[in-house]
Design a binder for this molecule. Structure first.
Ligand SMILES: [Zn+2]
Ligand SMILES: [Zn+2]
Length: 285
């Protein structure tokens, strides 16, 4: 795995790359816009060039963006769905401009419509985003993230992801980002070797391992199957250390970017260096 972190882009996207270098990362994830706002001006060509150069010179070997939390293509509100389509196209455009090959998106929350209709709407609206743009984002792969299952969120069962992917028209433009905290909260146990292998067997049957392109490596404060999404430091909390040992030494995932999204340290230090070092320390163990 290319172990890294979700870094702040405060000061401009290139700053996320600089922070990743400081944390001794091998990969980086960033927001390419304010994640709690619908609109923001596009980056200029100069800003994009600065980002591309900083990344190219960084030695990092994995790059991904996380999309805004506001996007929900299966909301009960038609206007939210419409804004989500515009926002998704905007985020894909930013990735294309900055040279970011992966964009992670949460599938959505059906807010009472039910899972079936939710899945249908997510697929229909993603297809529409691609249909409505002439030359869409050919260097970007959109990754659906598995979820913890909080509220009415879709994507906590692997089959949800498989069902959405099966309905998307341009297959090669889509994939999955796997979050360990979300999987644990959703009831997928990876804490011992045999359950770990079972989880990947289930994933392969419902989604397909070839669709898996990236990871979020997070511990979980909440127990197996709790459906509550609270990230914990690597090796602490309910997942413990072994699942991460299995992951970083699993040669199926050698070249996958795998970033931590862990909370600040107890002294308030927001640096990810400690969690990145913990993961690297599991190599060969
Ligand atoms: Zn996420
Ligand atoms: Zn989470």
């Amino acid at each position: 795995m290319r172990i890294g972190a979700h870094e702040s882009a405060a000061g401009g996207p290139y700053r996320a790359v600089e922070r990743a270098i400081e944390d001794d990362c091998e990969s980086v994830q960033l927001f390419t816009k304010n994640n709690n706002r619908w609109e923001q001006r596009m980056w200029t060509d100069q800003e994009a060039e600065t980002f591309r150069e900083t990344y190219a010179d960084s030695g990092l070997q994995g790059l991904m963006a996380h999309s805004s939390y506001l996007i929900n293509p299966c909301s009960s509100s038609e206007s939210t769905i419409e804004k989500s389509r515009v926002a998704l196209a905007d985020e894909l455009e930013r990735c294309q401009l900055l040279g970011i090959p992966y964009l992670v998106v949460h599938p959505g929350s059906h807010t009472g419509r039910g899972v079936e209709e939710g899945i249908e709407l997510i697929a229909r609206n993603i297809n529409r985003v691609y249909d409505e743009h002439d030359d869409p984002w050919e260097d970007v792969t959109l990754l659906l993230e598995n979820t913890a299952g909080q509220g009415t969120s879709i994507g906590h069962d692997f089959s949800h992801l498989g069902d959405i992917l099966a309905r998307l028209e341009q297959e090669d433009r889509f994939g999955v980002c796997f979050d360990t905290c979300h999987a644990h909260a959703a009831g997928y146990d990876m804490t011992d070797r045999s359950s770990y292998e079972d989880v990947w067997e289930q994933f392969d049957e419902t989604v397909g391992l070839s669709a898996l392109k990236a990871f979020h490596l997070n511990g979980s404060k909440k127990p197996l199957g709790s459906q509550v999404d609270r990230h914990e430091h690597i090796g602490e909390g309910e997942i413990g250390a072994d699942a991460f040992r299995f992951l970083v030494n699993d040669d199926r995932f050698d070249a996958h970017p795998a970033v931590v999204e862990t909370p600040p340290l107890e002294n308030g230090d927001p640096s990810f260096a400690k969690n990145v070092a913990t993961l690297k320390g599991f190599r060969g163990t």
